[in-house]
Write a protein that binds this ligand. Sequence first.
Ligand SMILES: NC(=O)c1ccc[n+]([C@@H]2O[C@H](COP(=O)([O-])OP(=O)(O)OC[C@H]3O[C@@H](n4cnc5c(N)ncnc54)[C@H](OP(=O)(O)O)[C@@H]3O)[C@@H](O)[C@H]2O)c1
Ligand SMILES: *[C@@H]1O[C@H](CO)[C@@H](O)[C@H](O)[C@H]1NC(C)=O
Length: 313
Amino acid sequence: MASAGWPLFWWLVGSICIPLSLPWLLFKIFHFKKSHAKLQGKVVVITGASSGLGEALAHVFYKAGCKVILIARRENELARVKNDLLSLHPTIPTHPPVIISMDLSELNDIAGHVKKILAVYNKVDILINNAGISYRGEIISTKVDVDIKVMLINYFGQIALTKALLPSMVELRSGHIVAISSIQGRIALPYRSAYTASKHALQAFCDTLRAEVAGHNIKVTVVSPGYIRTNLSVNAVTGSGQQYGVLDETTAGGYSPQSVAEQILDGVADDKNELLISPASPRIAIFLRTVCPSLYFLVMKKRAKHTTSDKNS
Ligand SMILES: NC(=O)c1ccc[n+]([C@@H]2O[C@H](COP(=O)([O-])OP(=O)(O)OC[C@H]3O[C@@H](n4cnc5c(N)ncnc54)[C@H](OP(=O)(O)O)[C@@H]3O)[C@@H](O)[C@H]2O)c1
Ligand SMILES: *[C@@H]1O[C@H](CO)[C@@H](O)[C@H](O)[C@H]1NC(C)=O
């Protein structure tokens, strides 16, 4: 007698679910095409494009038909990424990637580099501030020089580049600034002081920027991802200024750079203000920090006790 239910079931699927989901599906497909088409031909500057997330961003924006300008210190790695783009996506109807070597911590050189950047296509449509360095250490034994170094790359370098490009965007009454922050731009973890402070600063700067430039038709997107499988922890600086040199388990077990880059592309195409790319537990931590801070502080005290500055959890 159980089979008597089946015709009714299929009738429900056929007459209700399919008609209801079809418009949604069509909307999704149409919207996807429309928002991605918007990116075709855009001039996109990506910092930290020589590895990790920045390299993955170079691929997804290039594939979307953007004219990419790739920035980092290591010119040979940028050249490798450029060659990969040309050989992996040979049919993309766009300009060959342009690479510019620059050190974001050399603040006095940034204006000169921006002249070079603007000279390529006479404008920049999207600036993706992605370059960054991480940190491992205990506050008490960390040299202030290390705090300054992290802040210089993750904060001052980004805002200097942004300020140098902003007048050209204001003049055109169009532009989009994207900042790759982190979950740690929203919540602070023990033994990450310099990093989390730099990302909190970037987040705050961007929230102010968004309000100020909205009248000039300039968009600001802050991206806060969880762990991504890159060399970020290997390249991290320790309290004494040495390279940390370890691929942490958390980083190794993180999202693939490609999947994060694709979500960023969608978020930028949709003019999202914020993009939180994260598993459930960091989301809960962000929520707790806001609605029940004392519980959050308790959890972090326990976390600090059970980990040390060189051990990661
Ligand atoms: N991996 C994660 O778990 C994770 C999670 C959340 C957020 N993020 C953020 O994602 C962004 C990208 O990091 P990643 O994970 O892809 O790490 P990564 O592989 O170490 O990449 C860092 C990039 O920044 C560039 N860079 C470093 N210092 C620079 C400087 N002084 N001037 C110019 N470029 C510089 C590096 O290029 P050169 O060495 O060639 O200069 C490299 O291309 C960072 O902002 C990071 O904070 C990462
Ligand atoms: C990390 O760096 C090493 C050495 O530069 C490189 O061979 C490797 O591909 C990098 N890994 C990632 C995930 O970027």
